[in-house]
Design a protein around this ligand. Structure first.
Ligand SMILES: Nc1nc2c(ncn2[C@@H]2O[C@H](COP(=O)(O)OP(=O)(O)OP(=O)(O)O)[C@@H](O)[C@H]2O)c(=O)[nH]1
Ligand SMILES: [Mg+2]
Ligand SMILES: [Zn+2]
Length: 354
């Protein structure tokens, strides 16, 4: 666990005070109600199951959920997520430099969460206390106004301000780009629209100038649209893992964990794994038909966003099969149809974890 604190959380700079991390009177008021006098408040920069990395004016430190919080916060959205302000106690740890203990999550000012509707509504927190959500779509292959509208609905429900950002402008003609912007406006979408290319760097300076110190910007969009490449450019040196550019500008899933990063200019950015759409099912599941809404609804909770629900660690679908929440026969049917749709010749039995 010693390598859990990534150096990239602090590119060359320390937070001088809590306000520069987004703290304000609203949180101060919650803290007087929710934190004890000996506790301190800190912001969550990453969550890896029970382990959190926190940041405040004293620096970066590790923490774990207190037993009480583990017990009381049963719903996933009640647990701390990236961007949350939490009350922490250091006294509950065994040693002075041991992990701090997270006692409670301060009420969120804004939240970004997605809903997946199947047999039950599953809600998943994406990030908390975000001022602005930057919705990325690639001009080539990814542009879709209906999907933009669904993202905008999600952002509006959580209370943050939306910006749209069309990426990979190097791969389309200026006419195509203009037509896409016209389509956005024709749909009545009034949010700011920015454009950029990570290859030519056209538009990166304009975006950088718009990022205000102390504010938090969350980057969302399908896998491969260039979120991490852009955040690398904003950081100024490559730290977020990305794959090399392919001829078509398409990428592979890379980012597996969301993370809040403090930029040198004082703005904070949150990188996200490429997003499955709000419980919309992936290509393989789509081919398998619409009878697996329950599986699609759980997919956003899987650890990997390209989870095939076969043998991956942290698979929410396999967990539901194991617990009996999804019938084994129904799951077997899903696997069979998925495999047949992918490899019509293959009839081998599915790999499963016990
Ligand atoms: N041509 C072109 N390629 C780009 C641009 N931005 C990113 N790419 C390439 O697109 C691929 C995916 O970029 P990433 O930054 O990893 O995409 P991402 O949105 O972080 O993807 P996930 O982490 O999977 O969500 C990589 O091969 C990048 O080099 C761009 O502006 N133009
Ligand atoms: Mg990425
Ligand atoms: Zn899965």
């Amino acid at each position: 666990m010693t390598d859990l604190i990534p150096d990239r959380t602090f590119p060359d700079r320390e937070a001088s005070n809590r306000e520069s991390l987004g703290w304000n009177a609203w949180f101060a008021e919650r803290a007087t109600q929710q934190c004890g006098p000996a506790d301190t408040a800190a912001r969550v920069t990453s969550v890896d199951r029970g382990w959190l990395v926190l940041l405040n004016e004293t620096g970066v430190f590790r923490a774990q959920l207190s037993g009480n919080l583990l017990h009381s916060a049963r719903a996933p959205e009640a647990r701390p997520c990236v961007g949350d302000w939490v009350c922490v106690s250091r006294s509950q740890s065994d040693s002075a430099d041991g992990p701090a203990s997270v006692l409670s999550v301060l009420e969120r000012q804004t939240s970004l969460r997605r809903k997946a509707v199947g047999n039950a509504v599953v809600e998943q927190m994406i990030a908390a206390n975000v001022d602005c959500v930057i919705i990325l779509q690639s001009c080539l292959g990814d542009f879709n106004v209906k999907r933009l509208e669904r993202y905008l609905t999600m952002v509006a429900e959580g209370g943050a301000e939306p910006w749209l950002l069309l990426t990979k402008t190097d791969l389309v003609s200026p006419e195509v780009l203009e037509a896409q912007i016209a389509e956005i406006r024709a749909a009545g979408i009034a949010a700011p629209v920015l454009t950029l290319s990570n290859v030519t760097r056209d538009g990166i300076d304009e975006l950088q100038r718009k990022l205000v110190p102390g504010r938090t910007y969350c980057f969302v969009g399908s896998s491969g649209v260039g979120k991490s490449t852009l955040i690398n450019a904003l950081i100024g040196h490559a730290q977020q893992a990305t794959k090399s550019v392919s001829g078509s500008g398409e990428g592979r899933h890379t980012t597996v964990r969301r993370e809040l990063i403090l930029l040198a200019n004082g703005a904070m950015v949150i990188d996200n794994p490429g997003m499955r759409e709000f419980g919309m099912i992936g290509a393989a599941e789509g081919l398998a038909g619409g009878g697996f809404a329950d599986i699609a609804a759980l997919a956003p909770q899987c650890k990997f966003n390209d989870c095939k629900h076969m043998s991956e660690p942290g698979c929410a679908v396999l967990a539901a099969v194991a617990s009996g929440a999804i019938a084994r026969g129904h799951y077997d049917n899903f696997v069979k149809l998925t495999q047949e749709s992918q490899h019509p010749a293959a009839r081998k039995s599915p790999r499963r974890r016990g």
